[in-house]
Design a protein around this ligand. Structure first.
Ligand code: SAM
Length: 167
């Protein structure tokens, strides 16, 4: 039961407000073995197939130092998704959940994220395991996995704040 662009029993779509461009740039392209949504994993697995992330210029230089991080967080644009659902029925059985209580690709801003294993870097390309997107999915961002990343910039006051905010 993979979603195409249908509305299922119990689901609710809305008229989204007019788009205000946030200036997102597609910085690369992801190559995977999956050519149809129904063939993709629901969630990537780190023992899954090797996928290729290709960076476009002028962003290749931004890979400098990435080899330090065995796990990366990849953000991508699920470009085939509908963007107007507020209630969804993942099992297509009439029961629904709110879009923000799901990791469904159908969402107002269809950003997918996966934590992947870095297998190798070859120039402008990264080979990784752990993706779940269609071949050709646009790349939005790459970050070190937060569990491995220690901030390099010096600490600032907010880093030491604990407890309730005074608002
Ligand atoms: N791991 C990401 C997350 O949690 O944000 C995405 C999870 S989403 C459930 C993965 C599913 O999105 C795939 O199984 C496939 O059905 C669908 N999908 C993959 N690539 C897509 C694309 N480019 N456009 C729309 N849907 C896509």
């Amino acid at each position: 039961m993979v979603r195409e662009n249908e509305i299922r029993d119990g689901e609710v779509a809305v008229e989204p407000p007019a788009a205000r461009d946030a200036g997102l740039q597609f910085i690369g392209r992801i190559s995977t073995p999956w050519t149809h949504r129904r063939l993709c994993p629901r969630q990537g697995r780190q023992d899954g197939p090797i996928c290729r992330i290709e960076l476009f210029e002028p962003w290749v230089a931004a890979l400098e130092g990435i080899e330090r991080y065995p796990q990366l967080e990849i953000l991508y644009w699920l470009d085939m998704s509908r963007r107007d659902l507020v209630l969804q029925s993942p099992a297509n059985d009439g029961s629904v959940r709110g879009t923000f209580a799901l990791r469904s690709p159908a969402r107002p801003n269809p950003i997918g994220t996966s934590i992947v294993l870095q297998v190798a870097r070859k120039g402008a390309m990264l080979l990784v395991r752990g993706l779940d997107c269609l071949d050709g999915t646009p790349l939005l961002d790459i970050k070190p996995d937060r569990r491995d990343f220690v901030p390099i910039a010096p600490p600032q006051s907010g880093d030491f704040e604990v407890g309730d905010a005074g608002t």
